[in-house]
Write a protein that binds this ligand. Structure first.
Ligand code: ADP
Ligand code: ZN
Length: 715
């Protein structure tokens, strides 16, 4: 089987021009009937690695997937692209199952999704034996690993596949990157010398940002104002936070809903549906949300509370921007969250090693948020990927922290701490340093110490920031068993006594001021593109509503954005848009083409200059029955120009009846002479060649017809 067929299928069904890194190699391996393990981040394009071979190879591909909700989405997505797909799981009734089985046996299904329970069940075996199976894809393959967080016991029974179908290739896919899981997958599935593909886990389109957690509600409101109507998830630690936050956001006029484990099932699926269908843009959720969601246009993920570990963090922000468009991840960091988690871990039932592991992971999370190092670099290195550049798309890269000689600050803090007899927590220490009028300070007599008010030059937030760094540097520690009071370490005392120099960083200046300065004025072209994008989005919403499918299943944001940029006029041009395959062109092409034309004509009427619109204006008048001469008069130009406009559109794929200008025989004759000349063909040469037997119009049309047939889009 060759890759050209795979490429053709990619274009025809999915509307994509080329494979992403590794996709082609993976598909080739499947064609070679070898087993593969694929590790790719969410949104990396794993599905294509089995869907394309499934379409090209004879027979049916079986896809094992643990998430029933996702299965339905994926099948709908495939069908919308004209790929015959189906699923069998416990959500189908007997009748539906029978129907699907019949279609399978009739060879009408290229891709079948099954739940692992179903696949291993006795009842399924007779059917399985009668199918011609092209490949097995095991999605979310990390579920097989007992070490992982998503362990599913049924997955361990999947070993039977290789035993029964020794010759059929298995492709196992996951977005979980660690070595242990990788080994488990290969071993437990009994794969034979699998080819292992590990893609980069970088998601360059996601902008990673960490902000101090003070006034986070205000910060969220600010963020949402800057991202109107965009879909996003705000992860919160507690159910109560979800509810409160959603309520407060609604009160501020944002459409937000809460989602958490305590809600009744029906309510939860309603919220999820509303999110998927772009009816509720913002969901305030516990981590239970997002796992079974394939929505490609999630534009932002906010962590209202610190995640427990970097694995969770990266998985969650990975739900943003699957369509490859710019997306935001925003994490609020507060020391209180770290302490809350620490308490939770300490008080949990797990054994000592488990606790230690969880605390260590929490620590890494905390360091990630704290360290003034490129975020992407930190995360990717944590996952074992050697990433040495500065990404340029995180808060640290965009807005470097202000390094300074922090020796004096450290001395002030430590001296105040020691004078408070190391019986204060972080907040109280800062209040002492800043000379606060807090009652406790007076009660405890801390207003009497020499360093009271000695640190007024830094704000409360800045002190928090500095003290956290001192913790990292081991100058301070927290006595968890003594009400979280701070203690000076030996290293800290050394700075105090020996005046050893310490470098610290101050947080970057508030981001708002920066962006206000940085954002350049929009060009007319940009404004036009954004306006058209909104128009296309609202058309998409309408169509989705009529057809009862999620908007992103019609076209992704990325596809609409490309349409808004390139403004296709014809089927051929539409087909060149990434994400428009043959089926979608058939189903939706006209609606979107009409909308684009309407938009352009409207803009022209409003007196705007729109590049490339002149042909369309002529064509529009011609369609209304205005003669070529009249159009020329109205537009203050020559009939030849108008004819040229129409011919250009014809070349680009517009459908015309040429009969009134030129006959098929004349076209043949004129085109027959083309080999005598060099491209680009000149009307004048042909006109003379035929000794003026054909007028310029006829020659122009014959040429247009030739170009139309010779442009690659239509061949
Ligand atoms: P994953 O399963 O790894 O999370 P998906 O298979 O859902 O990722 O792909 C993420 C997005 O990228 C989808 O919108 C998909 O259509 C798109 N995509 C996948 N492969 C390509 C490609 N070769 N060219 C353009 N877009 C692609
Ligand atoms: Zn960076």
């Amino acid at each position: 089987m060759n890759l050209e067929l795979a490429r053709a299928a990619l274009k025809k069904y999915f509307g994509y021009d080329s494979f992403r890194p590794m996709q082609a190699e993976i598909i080739q391996t499947v064609f070679d009937r070898r087993d593969t393990v694929v590790l790719m981040p969410t949104g990396g394009g794993k599905s294509m690695c089995f869907q394309v071979p499934a379409i090209v190879l004879p027979g049916t591909a079986l896809v094992v997937s643990p998430l029933i909700a996702l299965m339905k989405d994926q099948v709908e997505g495939l069908r919308a692209n004209g790929v015959p797909a189906a699923f069998i799981n416990s959500s189908l009734d007997a009748g539906q199952t029978r129907q699907t089985e019949d279609a399978l046996l009739a060879g009408q299904i290229k891709i079948l999704y099954v739940s692992p329970e179903k696949l291993v069940s006795q009842g399924f075996q007779p059917l399985l034996k009668r199918l011609n199976i092209s490949l097995f894809a095991i999605d979310e393959a990390h579920c097989i690993s007992a070490w992982g967080h998503d362990f599913r016991p049924e997955y361990t029974q999947l070993k039977f596949i290789k035993e029964q179908f020794a010759q059929t290739p298995i492709i196992a896919l996951t977005a979980t990157a660690d070595k242990l899981t990788r080994r488990d997958i290969a071993e437990q599935l009994g794969l034979r010398e699998p080819e292992i593909f590990i893609a980069s886990f970088d998601r360059p389109n996601i902008s990673m940002n960490v902000r101090p957690g003070q006034k986070r509600f205000e910060q969220v409101v600010d963020f949402l104002k800057k991202h109107p109507d965009q879909s996003g998830i705000i992860y919160c630690l507690a159910r109560k936070t979800c509810n409160d936050l959603a309520e407060k956001l609604n009160a501020k006029g944002f459409r937000a809903a809460a989602y958490h484990a305590e809600m009744p099932n029906s309510e939860r699926s309603r919220v999820q549906e509303d999110f998927i269908n772009d009816r509720t843009p913002v969901i305030c959720a516990t981590i239970a949300f997002g796992m079974g969601i394939d929505k490609s246009n999630v534009r932002f993920v906010i962590h209202y509370n610190l995640p427990r570990n970097l694995e969770g963090y990266y998985q969650e922000i990975g739900r943003a921007g699957r369509d490859g468009l710019a997306s935001d991840a925003l994490l609020f960091f507060s020391y209180a969250d770290v302490q809350a988690y620490r308490d939770m871990i300490e008080q949990s039932e797990s054994d000592a090693t488990q606790k230690e592991l969880r605390l260590a992971k929490l620590n890494r999370m905390y360091q990630f948020a704290e360290a003034p190092v490129c975020r992407r670099q930190t995360v990717l290195n944590y996952f074992g990927e050697n990433y040495e550049r500065h990404c340029g798309n995180c808060d640290v890269c965009r807005n470097p922290h202000r390094q300074f000689d922090g020796t004096v600050a450290v001395q002030k803090a430590l001296s105040a701490l020691i004078r408070c007899e190391e019986k204060v927590g972080m907040n109280l220490l800062i209040d002492v340093l800043r000379g606060s009028q807090r009652r406790e300070i007076f009660e405890m007599g801390f207003n009497q110490i020499r360093t009271y008010g000695a640190g007024k030059e830094y704000s409360f937030e800045e002190w928090l920031y500095l003290l956290s760094q001192m913790l990292h540097l081991g100058l301070l520690e927290i006595a968890y068993d003594e009400h979280n009071h701070l203690k000076a370490t030996a290293a800290g005392r050394a700075v105090l006594q020996e005046k050893k120099q310490v470098n610290l960083a101050l947080p970057p200046a508030p981001e708002q001021k920066q962006t206000a300065k940085a954002a350049p004025a929009k060009t007319k072209t940009q404004t036009l593109r954004e306006e058209l994008f909104e128009r296309l989005k609202s058309l998409r919403r309408q169509l989705a509503q009529q057809q009862g499918v999620p908007p992103y299943l019609i076209f992704s944001d990325a596809t609409l954005d490309e349409m808004a940029e390139k403004r296709p006029y014809t089927d051929a041009e539409m087909l060149r848009t990434s994400g428009v395959g043959e089926r979608k062109l058939q189903l939706y092409g006209d609606a979107f083409l009409v909308e684009i034309r309407k938009f352009i004509l409207q803009k022209v009427e409003e007196g705007q200059h729109v590049t490339g619109s002149t042909q369309l204006v002529s064509w529009n008048l011609y369609q209304q029955g205005v003669s070529i001469d009249d159009i020329a008069r109205r537009r203050d130009t020559s009939p030849i120009t108008i004819m040229n406009h129409l011919a250009t559109l014809y070349e680009r794929g517009e459908n015309f009846d040429l009969g009134r200008w030129v006959t098929p025989e004349e076209i043949d004759l004129i085109q027959g002479a083309l080999p005598l000349f060099q491209e680009p063909y000149q009307l004048k040469d042909l006109h003379e060649h035929f000794r003026q037997r054909y007028n310029y119009d006829k020659i122009r049309w014959a040429l247009a017809d030739w170009r139309r047939r010779h442009s690659n889009a239509l061949s």
